[in-house]
Design a protein around this ligand. Structure first.
Ligand SMILES: Cc1cc2nc3c(=O)[nH]c(=O)nc-3n(C[C@H](O)[C@H](O)[C@H](O)COP(=O)(O)OP(=O)(O)OC[C@H]3O[C@@H](n4cnc5c(N)ncnc54)[C@H](O)[C@@H]3O)c2cc1C
Length: 488
């Protein structure tokens, strides 16, 4: 198709959702696409950062999906190149929970739980499970209600409460039950016991929560997204602009007219030099709260109020290169114990040995969940590194002296928070934004939906399908109009 006949699209954000949408648009051969990304690299939360010869995801990202389309897309991208061999490796998950100086296998295995907890603690768990089976909570509103109904209060207390509260920073009885329903789905104590004993006979139907197989790109999660970016730019129909923070969105009659970007550094210093980007269609993965507050003119007060109420949880990862190998076999260690602040440890070596500079080293990533206005967020990198060293020594997996060096990564909006009111606020915002004929919302913060990469991608596929369909309808309408006019 002649370039001048193509429609123009602007995609905000070069994370998984933005890149997926952009690649699908250029593949359709009907669009020229401009991607505006405020970071200096692509990949969003799913990027991989290099440090002293080692590679760190922001919390190791495993690739798992129920969608054949997404899986085919990943495999097509990661096709082995002759010289490199297999680029997309298949791994078997090994994860444990650290609680009161014991490591428990996850998914929970009854015998392993019995071994780690005292006899009386086990009795307590059994009785509290029987109690909830007899008297379940009728009106399930919160995360605490949902999990207690499935496992009993005591197991909820030991294996869900502390970690969940570390992640969210709010009490489990203030987190919406939606989150548990979305993340833990059909899981329950009876199913955990059943799968522990008979799971191997039912591999095909294993619940996603319990699934132990996943894929991982040989050189880190971000390498898959770098490939998507490369394919977009190679098509000559797509161009990615890094360090472009979208700070203004003008509109008229429920149509976006332009978006305005400035260099990311300028948006902090306040000296903004704005660049205007016009297009026929706009696809946004920027946080929905920022989108509303960047609109010009601003929407009505109740919509602004709803947007301002949306909350996010930040994340700091403390990434260590350790002068030791085989520290643990786990991909992740969930730290439920309250005696340390960290929530999770990812062992990059167990995802791929290409993540380390030297097979005798280990790349560990410690996750600290926090709010950006907290004193914890303001800690210096050095202070965080000292804290990380103390905590890994405390739980007994590494000695401080074995840490070669450390690096800090910060993410302001890692988790969209599902508090008790978020649904009401989102509805107000969506009712307004859905009226825009040339705007598509996608992705994790773009939809305020706590989802994994595959679901972010599916939202991008859907957005592109809607636009391609509306283009087809418009073409059909024009042709019909022409025929009608000719007949008249
Ligand atoms: C600790 C952690 C571990 C995870 N582990 C997994 C896992 O194992 N498997 C899995 O599938 N998923 C995992 N996820 C989820 C996964 O990271 C997300 O689902 C995915 O990155 C969402 O893609 P996205 O494109 O919607 O958003 P993002 O990745 O957030 O990308 C959005 C992009 O938009 C850019 N942007 C934002 N605002 C603007 C603006 N105003 N102007 C220009 N650009 C802007 C951002 O810089 C970013 O690059 C994990 C997430 C976290 C936090």
């Amino acid at each position: 198709m002649d370039k001048s006949l193509k429609k123009e699209a602007v995609v905000i954000g070069a994370g998984p959702a933005g890149l997926t949408a952009a690649l699908e648009l250029v593949k359709s051969d009907k669009f020229e696409v401009k991607i505006l990304e405020k970071d200096f690299v692509v990949g969003g939360i799913s990027k991989t950062t290099e440090y002293n010869g080692c590679k760190f995801d922001i919390g190791p990202h495993h690739f798992i999906t129920d969608s054949k389309k997404v899986e085919d897309w990943w495999f097509d991208l990661m096709k082995p190149e002759q010289e490199n061999g297999n680029l997309f490796i298949n791994l078997c998950r090994f994860t444990r929970i650290y609680y009161k100086k014991h490591f428990f296998n996850y998914p929970l295995q009854p015998l392993n739980v019995l071994k780690g907890l005292s006899f009386f603690e086990c009795l307590y768990c059994v009785f509290s499970y029987i109690k909830i089976c007899l008297f379940p909570i009728k009106k399930v509103k919160t995360f605490q209600d949902w999990v207690t109904n499935k496992f009993g209060y005591r197991l909820f207390f030991i294996f869900f409460k502390t970690y969940t509260e570390k992640v969210w920073g709010i009490s489990c009885n203030k987190i919406s039950a939606d989150w548990a329903a979305q993340r833990i789905k059909g899981f329950s104590l009876s199913k955990a016991i059943f799968y522990a004993f008979f799971g191997r006979f039912f591999k095909k139907n294993t619940l996603r929560t319990l699934s132990d197989k996943f894929y991982y790109p040989l050189f880190g999660a971000g390498t898959l997204w770098n490939r998507v970016a490369f394919n977009i730019e190679s098509s000559k129909l797509g161009k990615i602009f890094l360090n472009k923070n979208v700070v203004g969105i003008t509109h008229n009659d429920f149509k976006i007219t332009s978006v305005f970007s400035c260099n990311a550094k300028d948006s902090i210093s306040g000296a903004k030099k704005l660049i205007e980007h016009r297009a026929d269609y706009f696809f946004s993965t920027m946080p929905i709260k920022d989108l509303i507050l960047s609109m010009d003119p601003l929407p009505k007060e109740n919509i602004i109020k709803a947007a301002k109420k949306l909350r996010y949880r930040g994340l700091i990862t403390v990434n260590f290169i350790i002068n030791k190998k085989n520290i643990c076999f786990d991909h992740w260690l969930y730290i439920h114990d309250k005696s340390v602040k960290m929530g999770r440890i990812g062992n990059m070596n167990n995802f791929s040995l290409k993540m380390v500079d030297n097979p005798n080293h280990t790349a560990l990533s410690l996750e600290y969940f926090t709010f950006v206005d907290s004193s914890f967020w303001k800690k210096t990198d050095d202070a965080l590194i000292r804290l990380g060293k103390r905590e890994i020594e405390k739980i007994g997996i590494v000695k401080k002296k074995d840490v070669i060096s450390g690096m800090i990564l910060r993410l302001q909006k890692a988790y969209p928070i599902y508090d008790k009111n978020y649904k009401k606020d989102l509805k107000i915002i969506f009712d307004y934004l859905n009226k825009f004929s040339n705007l598509q919302l996608m992705g994790r913060n773009g939809l305020h939906k706590y989802n994994n990469m595959d679901i972010a991608m599916l939202s991008a596929f859907k957005a592109v399908d809607i636009v391609l369909q509306s283009e087809k309808d418009e073409k059909l309408n024009k042709e019909t109009e022409k025929i009608v006019q000719m007949r008249v």
